[in-house]
Design a binder for this molecule. Structure first.
Ligand SMILES: C[S@@+](CC[C@H](N)C(=O)[O-])C[C@H]1O[C@@H](n2cnc3c(N)ncnc32)[C@H](O)[C@@H]1O
Ligand code: SF4
Ligand code: SF4
Length: 440
């Protein structure tokens, strides 16, 4: 119960838990962190932009009332660079990652953080490419802390050292997420395109734990590692992970190029779900702190994901050259997106063409326009609609009501028949990017 001079309100349980933490000492970022520690299963407290794209989050109201202004961009993803020492064939980065403009400078990034914070952003992810390639990362982390962000380093672990990790901690980094390619050294290194990757990741995962960061591991799951799911979970338990993201591959960028060799079969997926659920039950019965999050691929569903909880509703991505996007894969759309070098973030978020292009419902053609589910899924993912139907306004073809749903059905059949080995996948590297550009 909350009493105030003119009356009182009875708080529901969630509101009560939140208000208990509002003590005048904790920052918003600290409150978010504490809530996440207490309620790790709560929707919305997920750890990467991938999960943002998968699960519903509290609505900002914009999509329910398109005539109103959208709420603030709570989650800022800073893709600091597209440079990366690894070569994952499932990488969601653009195929032409090597042809982007100059990277933002340290001061330009800090200005982006400042403006986003002013708009209301509270969580800042450092990603890429490999963010550790940036030698100014410590300075950027320090600036994020001073601005009051909850900050998260999303990394492959390559380029990390114990000393650097300690410096990041001292600068105010809240959270490190390390991605692995597989539980098996050989498969991991084949997929990463590096013979040293697995050993380095293991060493850094141990160091994350030793330095007292929350321990978050990420595995992108596809047909070449999904049958290892027990070994992956066992490895995470051995590393004392607090959160494990088993994120089935989403098909953008290099993953889209390699889709035929990456999409698991339905049977593989069902087995992985069954085993993950068995582990979840076992861990819950033991009161074990580790939380397993399995993000399933929408290719086996009949309704699309509520992508980013609606276009331009809570997520803001800035690419290495300063292009602002409503999701990390939107760059491939035939839409003009603004750049932070030329416009303020306030203008970009509220007034730019790119951020308003798919807000609300007026842009929708049928069948979405008259569909009574449009407020739940916003017609699905615009990038997937564009990649699979050639028109970004179409209903996401994952939807069984879409006239293009047969492309998804065909992909499922292809997955049953695929024979592509790991070494037939196209690795994400500069040479392949050049060859692809030449062939187009
Ligand atoms: C693009 S990476 C950049 C950060 C860093 N280089 C890394 O790999 O961890 C950001 C996150 O997205 C994940 N990821 C990359 N491609 C993906 C895909 N196609 N589907 C799902 N997750 C993906 C990575 O595993 C990582 O957790
Ligand atoms: S997913 Fe792999 S290739 Fe892509 S940025 Fe991360 S480590 Fe590099
Ligand atoms: S028709 Fe459009 S709005 Fe309706 S469920 Fe399918 S994708 Fe969603």
């Amino acid at each position: 119960m909350l009493l105030y001079p003119e009356g009182m309100v009875r708080l529901n349980e969630s509101a009560g838990q939140i208000l208990n933490l509002v003590d005048g000492r904790r920052s918003v970022a600290q409150i978010m962190f504490d809530l996440r520690q207490r309620f790790p299963d709560a929707l919305g407290w997920t750890t990467t932009h991938w999960l943002l794209s998968r699960w519903p989050m509290p609505s900002t109201g914009y999509n329910l009332k398109p005539e109103n202004q959208p709420g603030p961009p709570f989650w800022l993803l800073a893709e600091l660079t597209y440079r990366c020492p690894l070569q994952c064939p499932y990488c969601s980065n653009p195929l032409d990652f090597n042809q982007q403009g100059e990277e933002l400078s340290t001061m330009q990034w800090i200005e982006v953080f400042r403006q986003a914070r002013e708009l209301g952003a509270v969580q800042l992810g450092f990603s890429g490419g490999e963010p550790l390639v940036r030698q100014d990362l410590e300075e950027l982390i320090r600036a994020a802390r001073e601005l009051g962000y909850y900050s998260n380093l999303i990394t492959s672990g390559i380029g990390l050292t114990e000393a650097r990790m300690a410096a990041f901690k001292e600068a105010g980094l809240d959270h490190i997420q390390i991605s692995f390619q597989a539980a098996d050294e050989e498969v991991n290194n084949l997929l990463a395109g590096s013979r040293k990757a697995f050993a380095q990741k293991l060493a850094m995962a141990h160091a994350v734990k030793a330095q007292g960061y929350p321990m978050v591991l990420n595995f992108v799951i596809h047909r070449h590692n999904i049958d290892q799911i027990e070994r992956i979970i066992e490895l995470c338990l051995a590393l004392e992970a607090d959160f494990v993201e088993l994120a089935t591959c989403q098909f953008y960028g290099w993953a889209e190029l390699n889709r035929a060799g990456l999409l698991p079969t339905r049977a593989q997926l069902q087995r992985a779900e069954r085993i993950t659920n068995q582990y979840r039950e076992k861990l819950a019965a033991e009161n074990h702190p580790c939380k397993l999050i399995l993000v399933t691929p929408d290719y086996y569903e009949e309704r699309p994901k509520a992508c980013m909880n609606g276009w331009g509703s809570l997520f803001l991505d800035i690419t290495p050259d300063g292009t602002a996007l409503p999701c990390h894969s939107a760059r491939q759309l035939p839409v003009q997106f603004p750049n932070v070098r030329n416009h303020s973030l306030r203008h970009i978020w509220y007034d730019s063409f790119g951020f308003n292009r798919f807000r609300g419902y007026d842009w929708m053609p049928e069948p979405c326009r008259s569909c009574d589910e449009k407020e739940q899924d916003f017609g699905g993912c615009r990038c997937q609609a564009f990649l699979l139907t050639g028109d970004a306004s179409n209903a996401d073809p994952v939807c069984a009501k879409s006239p293009h749903h047969e492309v998804i059905l065909a992909a499922r059949i292809d997955a049953e028949q695929a024979t592509q080995a790991i070494d037939a996948l196209t690795l994400r590297n500069e040479r392949n990017a050049r060859l692809i550009a030449k062939a187009r």
